[in-house]
Design a protein around this ligand. Structure first.
Ligand SMILES: [Zn+2]
Length: 76
């Protein structure tokens, strides 16, 4: 099993640490177009997309957001 560990905010003495197991149901990302939360089947997506990259891959909620995002980037 894989899990993520994170320190809760607080000073050193009061900080607590949580560990959460990564499953195919608790990984989420946000659409770069509209910010909507999207559930990700991380196991399936890594298997399906050869160049899947946890830090560089974006998932859009729909095609309209892809178009909006590309327009926004093109105008910068
Ligand atoms: Zn979107």
């Amino acid at each position: 099993m894989f899990y993520v560990k994170s320190k809760m905010n607080g000073n050193d003495k009061a900080s607590a640490e949580i560990a959460v197991e990564i499953t195919d149901e608790n990984v989420y990302t946000r659409c770069p177009g509209c910010g909507a939360e999207i559930p990700v089947d991380i196991v399936e997506d890594i298997r399906r997309y050869e160049d899947f990259d946890l830090f560089g891959t974006s998932i859009f909620c729909n095609n309209d957001c892809v178009i909006k995002y590309k327009k926004k980037r093109a105008s910068c």
